[in-house]
Design a protein around this ligand. Structure first.
Ligand code: FE2
Length: 206
């Protein structure tokens, strides 16, 4: 936001697409507040510090992710991943998609329930911190995978459609160590299938 402009960064902290209490009861306002204001904003502040007066300060966020060494990459990727995560959720989301996206899920995973199982397994099976992704590969097939820490699929040739943050800070206040309950709540009640549909169609480049 303002602070981004002060240091010449080409990107700003994206606004949350909904009120902080809008994801209750599956994610509390407190969790969303801490996650967005402390973690997401904190990654951007640290990134700003790390690249101040360096050539990266003039680059787009995705360029920084693709071209930086580990320390800057981690911060830049976490900024991008969190923006994508907020867009992957919505109040009264979940359920199942329809149309081409549902057909593609059925072709790729066997059934929608098989997809849900695979996505939950990717999220719950990621040891330690990381992310679970629904991806569209170069052959038009959907896949799920997890990535550790800040890593993401940008540059892999696979287009992210949805993500679930499985760092403990995403769920600990609401679910303590029960990641599987958080993941179930996100998949069943919060995923924004309209966002995934727009991503699949190439209409949303965020
Ligand atoms: Fe997070």
């Amino acid at each position: 936001m303002q602070a981004g402009k002060e240091t010449g960064l080409k990107f700003e902290l994206p606004s949350l697409p909904y009120a902080k209490d809008a994801l209750e009861p599956h994610l509390s306002a407190r969790t969303v507040h801490v996650h967005y204001e402390k973690h997401h904003r904190g990654y951007l502040a640290k990134l700003r510090q790390a690249i101040e007066d360096k050539p990266e300060a003039d680059r787009e966020l995705e360029e920084i992710i693709r071209s930086s060494d580990r320390g800057v990459f981690n911060l830049a990727a976490q900024v991008w991943n969190h923006g994508f995560y907020w867009n992957s959720l919505r109040p009264h989301g979940g359920g199942r998609p329809d149309g081409e996206l549902l057909s593609k899920i059925q072709r790729s995973f066997g059934s929608f329930d098989d997809f849900k199982r695979a996505f939950a397994e990717a999220a719950n099976g990621q040891f330690g911190s990381g992310w679970a992704w629904l991806l569209l590969d170069a052959h038009g097939r959907l896949r799920v995978r997890s990535t550790p820490d800040a890593e993401n699929p940008l540059g892999s040739g696979q287009r992210p459609l949805l993500t679930i943050d499985v760092w403990e800070h995403a769920y600990y206040l609401d679910y303590q160590n029960e990641r599987a309950k958080y993941v179930e709540g996100v998949i069943d009640h919060l995923l924004d299938w309209d966002f995934a549909q727009r991503r699949m169609a190439g209409l949303d480049a965020s």
